[in-house]
Design a protein around this ligand. Structure first.
Ligand code: GDP
Ligand code: IMO
Ligand code: MG
Length: 427
């Protein structure tokens, strides 16, 4: 019966795609509720290796209904390419549906994401440049184009005319770049309407029916809680609510219907893009983690910044989301280390902080206070039971559990579905 939300608990790329692909085996519905093609969810399964940006990671099970909710911003070209790629690998996409209310990423959003980043100079946020931020700006400014607009050509033309007038003024007068042509943008939209029209649906009734039928529903979080527009390291954040609350507004699901909220944590931490990161390792240990884990962005290919597990940030994340369980991924990456550090507090000048500050300026000044644990220095990627783990690995997990403040329910020890240690039944 349960509805489970799977939420990124750090700065994204925690392994949500792998976890969803694993849990979806027993699910009836998998739904994306926020973010857009800035997400890159890696799934490694018998169909191959995929980096999904928009399609929910439950798509590989032909019986699972896959929904893209109203809270997502959709790039029609990225989505279409993804659908074609999946089909080419023999994946059935006939149970994929997109909310009629989801907003589109338009050509001017892509341009503006790039131009705005360039104009920030050294203070650039390091966005994925996928147009996500500008698309959410237009949603809030009530200037957005929604999926359902693709199906009403007359209204689409009318809205585009109005919106483009404003966008072209910004492009030409603020940034000094050429304007976009109404008819060209309109024709592109009409083409997208033709290819994607079959997928556009009213999603909220589908969600509600599934709840009434007591089906198993998985909410697939995107990004991470520390990138959340409200609770992340503002302004170095994404433009949507990536925390658990976003799951309800992004799908039309009542908060009373969510049974479990699982936070996905890497066994260390990474960040891609700008912004403070107290435990970042700018040394050979950081290089070692990046090399072993191949920490390069699934969307942009940028090297990810790597560091030790930050338990201050983790506890904050657990509290604002109300995690009922934590999922630990990539424990195998730490196999070769003689000792492993965990950040349990911050030092700012001569003060000690044991909470996650709201100000990015303060966080930038935070020096990690570490606790050091012995490593296990043996491979664990083939293990399936907690008691098979070396004692040092068990201690590390127990210590993280204590510091995060909620039970660890699953440990992932490799990218493939079967590389997992279940500590308690998840459904
Ligand atoms: P997401 O955005 O949260 O879905 O995460 P990404 O796909 O961007 O990055 C996670 C990376 O870790 C991917 O390359 C996964 O294949 C990989 N991965 C996930 N879980 C594990 C694990 O337990 N061990 C190892 N070695 N790799 C993992
Ligand atoms: P998944 O779902 C990691 C980061 C970008 C940048 C900031 C703002 O794969 O975990 P944006 O393009 O959203 O305006 O960029 O957010 N970012 C992510 N980092 N994983 C993601 O998604 C991310 N989505 C956005 O790098 O720092
Ligand atoms: Mg990712």
């Amino acid at each position: 019966m349960p509805v489970i939300a799977v939420i990124g608990a750090q700065w994204g790329d925690e392994g949500k795609g792998k976890i969803i692909d694993l849990l979806a085996e027993k699910a009836d519905v998998v739904a994306r509720f926020s973010g857009g093609p800035n997400a890159g969810h890696t799934v490694v399964n018998p169909y191959g290796e995929f980096r999904l940006h928009l399609v929910p990671s439950g798509i590989f099970y032909p019986y699972v209904l896959c929904l893209i909710g109203n809270g997502v911003v959709v790039s029609p070209s990225v989505l279409w390419e993804e659908i074609e790629q999946l089909r080419a690998h023999g994946v059935d996409t006939s149970r994929l549906f997109i909310s009629q209310r989801a907003h589109l990423i338009m050509p001017y959003h892509l341009l503006l994401d790039k131009l705005e980043e360039e104009s920030r100079g050294k203070k650039a946020l390091g966005t994925t440049r996928s147009g996500v931020g500008p698309a959410y700006v237009d949603k809030v400014a009530r200037l957005g184009i929604r999926m359902e607009d693709l199906l009403d050509k007359e209204n689409l033309h009318h809205r585009l005319q109005m919106v483009l007038e404003q966008k072209n003024a910004i492009l030409t007068k603020v940034y000094g770049v050429p304007p976009l042509f109404l008819e060209e943008v309109y024709q592109q939209c009409c083409q997208h309407g033709e290819s994607l029209g079959q997928f556009i649906r009213q999603i909220d009734p589908l969600v509600q029916q599934a709840v009434e039928r007591k089906e198993k529903i998985l909410l697939e979080g995107a990004q991470g809680s520390l990138l959340d527009i409200d609770f992340g390291t503002y302004p170095y954040v994404t433009s949507s609510s990536s925390t658990a609350g976003g799951g309800c507004v992004g799908l039309g699901l009542s908060p009373t219907k969510v049974d479990h909220i699982f936070g996905v944590f890497k066994s260390y931490i990474t960040r891609v893009g700008g912004g403070p990161m107290p435990t970042e390792l700018r040394d050979e240990t950081g290089e070692l983690i990046r090399g072993r884990a191949h920490e390069y962005g699934a969307t942009t290919g940028r090297p990810r910044r790597c560091g030790w597990f930050d338990a201050v940030a983790a506890r904050f994340s657990a509290q604002i989301n109300g995690f009922s369980g934590a999922i630990l991924t990539r424990l195998d990456i730490l196999d070769t280390f003689a000792s492993i550090k965990i950040c349990t507090g911050y030092k700012v000048d001569s003060d000690k902080l044991n909470y996650f500050p709201s100000s990015a300026v303060v966080l930038e000044k935070c020096q990690p206070i570490y606790e050091e644990l012995p490593g296990w220095q043996s491979p664990i990627d083939h293990l399936h039971h907690f008691d098979q783990l070396p004692p040092q690995a068990q201690s590390y997990v127990k210590q993280l559990e204590e510091l995060i403040g909620c039970p660890i329910v699953l440990i992932s020890v490799g990218p493939r579905r079967e590389q997992a240690i279940e500590l308690r039944p998840l459904w």
